[in-house]
Design a protein around this ligand. Sequence first.
Ligand SMILES: Nc1nc2c(ncn2[C@@H]2O[C@H](COP(=O)(O)OP(=O)(O)OP(=O)(O)O)[C@@H](O)[C@H]2O)c(=O)[nH]1
Ligand SMILES: [Mg+2]
Length: 298
Amino acid sequence: MVGIGVDSMSNSELASQTAAGSRRSLARLLTLIQDGETEAIESVSNVENVKSIGITGPPGVGKSCLTDCLASFWAGKGERVGVLCIDPSSPLTGGSLLGDRMRMEQSGVDDRIFIRSVATRSSFGSLPLRLRAMISALSLAGMDRILIETVGVGQTEIGIVSMTDSVLLVDGPDRGDIVQAEKAGLLELADVIVVNKGDLDGAEQAAANIRSGLALGNAESVPVLVVSALNIVGIDELVHALENVQVRSSVEEIRWRHRLTSALLDQVLSDSKFDSTVIDLAEGRISLEQALQIILKQ
Ligand SMILES: Nc1nc2c(ncn2[C@@H]2O[C@H](COP(=O)(O)OP(=O)(O)OP(=O)(O)O)[C@@H](O)[C@H]2O)c(=O)[nH]1
Ligand SMILES: [Mg+2]
């Protein structure tokens, strides 16, 4: 029987049950991957990944509501949507916004959405790599779309969103936080930018400011849309933009640069000598150059 005793299943059994549609097996597999279980990560290493979208931006701009809208939109079209929320402060409801309306006409919307929260605690460095394997697990489970919401516009977020195939940057009407995103280098990874809360004053102006900023950086081809997740306005246009993202070689290069950096960082941090080297440094026994040599020699 599918879904019984997932705790005692081997990794390959979990993987095959996941592929057969067991949500419990998928949940267990994701937990093992998140915990860094090498065998679990290997069990999905040959899976062809479904295209994933990273959704990022400053706190409180409406990323979760927007993720909810997008997941419901695609689920309403009969697609299966996997959602990973990295360090969520506001839980996703599983398509409650748009879902309520769609449910009247169409059953099964919620069944087609799989949501998983992922804490970043204690996984500094390795989370981006594990995220790749989590995307593989969701792909194995037959998801048609994978959405990854992450809060903030710093280095950690860059590590996370560089693992996805495209990036949706969300901003609000009154914030100007996009400047922070630009400083952190996140703006150059954005394939689509939305100003959410378009029902509030200042949204069109914020979008105009972003467009002129992009034009200065020769990135005017990046669509900047005004939407309202709350009123479900502009979602069709957003879906269209996301489904028609142009691959830009310059962005691919940046993406791979971040992925490689994450992989290197992961290697260094998982080195058995790392912690003792830090102590040796702190206690003045070795220099930084010597520390580098110790770790790079491994
Ligand atoms: N007026 C208005 N409010 C919105 C809209 N979308 C979201 N909100 C509100 O903004 C608040 C934050 O929404 P969230 O979706 O939790 O925002 P978030 O970016 O995911 O927040 P964090 O994950 O905490 O960074 C909530 O109170 C939402 O109801 C919108 O289109 N218009
Ligand atoms: Mg959120």
